[in-house]
Structures are given as structure tokens and as C-alpha cells.
Design a protein around this ligand. Structure first.
Ligand code: AQP
Length: 356
């Protein structure tokens, strides 16, 4: 792999099983990057402990995510696939960056406010100094943790540790990337030029897949209502059931429109898995009603996921191969991470560790 290529870093957090949204909106696009970039594909398990989780599930989801990366087309011979907690440097750099980050900047992050609100914290409106939270009882105070607040700093460290030039991000992560750019600039100004300022990489095509039960919300792996989420590893029966009971809109016309978020989402999914345009799909389902349309979506999704599931089963049962991939990925990632960390520590004024 040539080290001349610009570095791209992109990750998913194993906070659950990967979804059709992760596949169509992210991983499938990442497979097109491997020739033009030196790609680091991370499984960011340390981010997954910012919300409540079960350790055994995290372990299983992390390995499952690695196998799914490859089943979806990421090639370990042309990229570096690694697990965040295997690499020394992410949390170390996050600490240094956190000392350059005012708390108010983190409290203003939309995703923090949303996740905190989900945990029962009420966000006080109109506070320019940063968000104050009106605690709603002991449960909320017990469940929110400072890791959730620090999440964007750790994400900045993930990116800067590899001196990534480009980072594919969805709209919901743009604010975090902005913070990362600010922190890189702040570090460079405070100490001296160290970090590449990363750019957002906008893929040519990238569907945003919404929940089947609430088409105004993103399809999420940690959604409590699993009926709204299509997991890549769902069986054909389950996929069919979820799609057939997807929320649709009034009327019976299969049309992509703002007042038809449920149908529009299914059209997006069908277009993404078949490669057909939305317009041609609208035309082919004219007068056919929702039943036939949903059936076609189910058939297409099942057919698209079938080869991924078959490859996954072979990969997940070959633990020796998975270990080998992770070891090679970790070696390459660690080499790059140590280089950056040594530079950062030197500039921050830490005394170099004596060598024996
Ligand atoms: N529904 C989606 N449509 C399109 N793209 C999506 N991505 C996630 N959901 C959709 C993209 O997948 C990549 C990896 O995402 P992530 O695992 O790091 O985190 P996330 O965006 O927070 O995904 P979830 O499923 O919503 O996780 P939870 O439930 O834990 O918060 C990213 O590029 C993301 O944009």
C-alpha cells in the first residue's frame, strides 16, 4: 500500500448491530475509496461505552462489525481495519485536546443535547454561554456521563491521530468535524504546525435511510423500537415482516414527496439497492398501491443482503482470520498513531521517555 496516497479515516461505533442505513449510507461508499486513499477503517468501541451498554454485547458487536466491514466489501489487503481500543493514542490525544476545549463548546453540540435529552435531561433554551441542563430527577443524573460530553473530543483525536486529510461524514457528524478542525487549528497555533486540517469527504451517492416506524428519524442501530431498523443480519423473514409493516402515508400513491416521508424512505431504499432512479421507480409502481410496492422493496433488500450475509457467516466463524486482519490493521494504525503522539507529546512539553 503506497504511503503517498492521502489518508482517509472513517469509523462506525459498535453500539449495536450494523444496519441497512450503515451499509447504504456509509460502508458501501467506503469500498470505492480504497484505490485513491490510504484507508483506515476503525471500529470505535470506546465511543460505544458513552451510553448504557452490556460488555458481552459490545465484544460481540465489535467482532461482528469487523466481519461485516469485510462482508460489505472492505478489503484488508487494500486498507487497514482496526479496533480503536487496540491502539494506544486515541485517549491520550483526546486528553491533550480536551485541555484546549472549553466545556461550553461541548455542551452546545447538537448530538450531545439530543442524547442528553433522550436520557431525561431538559435543555435550557437561550443560553449563549453553553447549555445548562435542568435535571429531571435522579435517574437522569445517574445515567448521563462526562464521556458523552467528551465524545466529540475523542472523535477529533481519532481523526487527528492519523493526520487524516479527508473524513467521510454524514450531516449529523458535521458539527463534530468542525470542532475537530477548530481543535487542530488551535493546537497548531498554540504549539506549532502539527496537524493536517481534515476536510469533510462528501460521497457522490449516499442515501440517508430513515426509521421504518418513524420516517422523520434516522434509522439507528440503538433505536429501542427495533421494528424501525433493518439490521444487515436480519433473516429474510424478519426483513420482510419489518418492511411490510413499515409506516406509510395516507393515500396509495407511490411518490417521493415531503408529505410522504414513509413512502419516500422506502423509495430511497429501493433505489439504493437496485440502482434504479426514484423517477423510474415511481413510474413502475403507478397505480399498484402500497402492498405490491412494499413486497418489491422487501424482495430487493433481501436479495441485496443475501450475499453479504453469506460472506459474513464464513468470516465470523473464522476467528483466526479475523485476528490476523485485526493484528495487521492494529500494527499499521499503531505505527502511524505513535508517530503523531510522539510529536504531540514533545510539543506539549512532556519529557521524552528514557530508552533502556
Ligand atoms: N440511517 C442512516 N442512513 C445513512 N447513513 C447512516 N449512518 C448511520 N446511520 C445511517 C452512517 O454510518 C456510519 C457509521 O455510523 P456510526 O455507527 O458511527 O454512528 P451513528 O451515525 O450514530 O449510527 P447509529 O446507527 O445511529 O448509531 P447509534 O444508534 O449508536 O447512535 C456514519 O458514516 C453514519 O453517518
Amino acid at each position: 500500500m503506497s504511503s503517498e496516497k492521502p489518508v482517509i479515516l472513517t469509523c462506525a461505533q459498535p453500539s449495536g448491530q450494523l444496519t441497512l442505513g450503515n451499509y447504504l449510507g456509509a460502508i458501501r461508499n467506503w469500498t470505492t475509496l480504497m484505490d485513491d486513499y490510504e484507508c483506515f477503517f476503525g471500529v470505535v468501541d470506546m465511543h460505544a461505552i458513552t451510553t448504557r451498554y452490556v460488555p458481552a454485547d459490545l465484544r460481540a458487536n465489535t467482532l461482528s462489525c469487523v466481519a461485516l466491514y469485510m462482508a460489505c466489501g472492505l478489503d484488508p489487503h487494500r486498507s487497514h481495519i482496526f479496533v480503536q481500543s487496540h491502539i494506544i493514542g486515541h485517549t491520550e490525544l483526546a486528553w491533550v485536546l480536551s485541555c484546549l476545549t472549553p466545556i461550553g463548546e461541548l455542551q452546545r453540540m447538537t448530538q450531545f443535547k439530543e442524547k442528553a435529552a433522550k436520557l431525561g435531561f431538559k435543555v435550557a433554551e437561550g443560553d449563549d454561554e453553553g447549555v445548562r441542563f435542568a435535571h429531571e430527577g435522579a435517574r437522569a443524573q445517574a445515567t448521563i456521563n462526562s464521556g458523552l460530553l467528551m465524545y466529540p473530543v475523542l472523535m477529533a483525536a481519532d481523526i487527528l491521530l492519523y493526520n487524516a486529510k479527508a473524513v467521510p461524514v454524514g450531516n449529523d457528524q458535521r458539527q463534530h468535524l468542525e470542532l475537530c478542525r477548530d481543535l487542530a487549528q488551535r493546537f497548531n497555533q498554540t504549539y506549532s504546525d502539527t496537524f493536517t486540517i481534515p476536510e469533510a469527504y462528501i460521497p457522490k451517492s449516499g442515501a440517508r435511510i430513515m426509521s421504518l416506524q418513524n420516517p422523520l428519524a434516522k434509522m439507528s442501530k440503538s433505536d429501542e423500537n427495533t421494528q424501525g431498523t433493518l439490521f444487515i443480519l436480519d433473516s429474510p423473514d424478519v426483513l420482510k415482516k419489518k418492511i411490510m409493516s413499515a409506516v406509510t402515508d395516507s393515500g396509495s400513491e407511490v411518490r417521493n414527496a415531503d408529505d410522504k416521508p414513509g413512502v419516500s424512505n422506502l423509495l430511497q431504499i429501493l433505489a439504493a439497492v437496485t440502482g434504479d432512479s426514484i423517477e423510474s421507480l415511481e413510474a413502475s409502481f403507478e397505480g399498484k398501491g402500497y402492498g405490491a410496492f412494499k413486497q418489491a422493496v422487501a424482495d430487493a433488500v433481501i436479495a441485496a443482503l443475501e450475499p453479504v450475509q453469506t460472506r459474513y457467516q464464513a468470516l465470523i466463524s473464522d476467528k483466526a482470520y479475523l485476528n490476523d486482519v485485526l493484528q495487521k490493521g492494529a500494527d499499521a494504525a499503531q505505527k502511524r498513531a505513535y508517530k503523531t503522539l510522539a510529536k504531540v507529546y514533545r510539543k506539549a512539553g512532556f519529557v521524552e521517555r528514557p530508552r533502556s
